[in-house]
Design a protein around this ligand. Structure first.
Ligand SMILES: Nc1ncnc2c1ncn2[C@@H]1O[C@H](COP(=O)(O)OP(=O)(O)OP(=O)(O)O)[C@@H](O)[C@H]1O
Length: 222
């Protein structure tokens, strides 16, 4: 599903975000990426989204070579990926349904298909009954769940999350992880960048540890 082969990312100012990074992720895996601030977690996610290109090495995602992908093909690549951010980036002047529907409207999907998919996605995160509410009228944990519904509504092969529980209390963080687990059990590959080592250890999944742009650990979190 994902293959990094001796990947390096050097930024134009000379800063090296990643050095010689190699790893392989199978379809359907659930894994975490951790490391201190500046270790290279966001760089790794940006490379997977083709927001950055590697300066060296090769990245294959779902059979596509991201080191060579044309700009015209990038929107097609992104349709196979869902992204969850720490600050969920919801539109506060639109209700929950409209926030989740947005990616499908951009794809030009029919109203009927949008309705079915949005309700399915909201059901997956346990928020079907909140479809008509506005983000300001639901809790922070529920807002984060809307962000997850929006990330999975186009049924991506890969779900990426950058610190998705960063501003949540431990109980809500566990709840959100349970939702990622459910999504993964339906076949989506899930990759989560997180600092929360206690939470990661409880989940018992594969953990990639980065330190100053280098991979220093790859195994089940202990
Ligand atoms: N656009 C950029 N230009 C120059 N250097 C950058 C750029 N983006 C990141 N870096 C550098 O690359 C390294 C890795 O940064 P990255 O954002 O990937 O780390 P991170 O692990 O996600 O950190 P955090 O947990 O703070 O988000 C850091 O040294 C950072 O300063």
């Amino acid at each position: 599903m994902i293959r990094f082969d001796h990947v390096a990312k050097r930024y134009p100012n000379g800063h090296v975000g990643l050095h010689e990074l190699s790893f392989h992720v199978k379809r359907g895996e659930f894994l975490f990426v951790t490391g201190h601030s500046g270790a290279g977690k966001s760089t790794l996610l940006r490379l997977l989204l083709a927001m950055e290109r590697p300066t060296d090495g090769k990245i294959i995602l779902a059979g596509q070579d991201l080191s060579r992908i044309s700009t015209a093909h990038i929107p097609f690549l992104r349709r196979q990926i869902g992204v969850v951010f720490q600050n969920h980036q919801l539109l506060f002047d639109r209700n929950v349904f409209a926030n989740v529907a947005l990616p499908l409207q951009i794809l030009g999907m029919s109203k009927d298909d949008i309705y079915k998919r949005v309700i399915t996605a909201l059901d997956r995160v346990g928020l079907k009954e909140k479809a008509d509410q506005f983000p300001n009228d639901i809790s922070t944990g529920q807002q984060q769940r809307v962000g997850i519904a929006r990330a999975i509504v186009h049924q991506p092969l890969l779900l990426l999350a950058d610190e998705p529980t960063g501003n949540l209390d431990p109980r809500l963080a566990s709840e959100i992880m349970g939702i990622f687990q459910d999504i993964n059990s339906l076949g989506t590959t899930v990759l989560i960048a997180s600092h929360d080592l206690a939470l990661i250890a409880r989940m018992r999944h594969r953990l990639l540890t980065l330190q100053r742009g280098r991979l220093i650990g790859d195994g089940e979190a202990a």
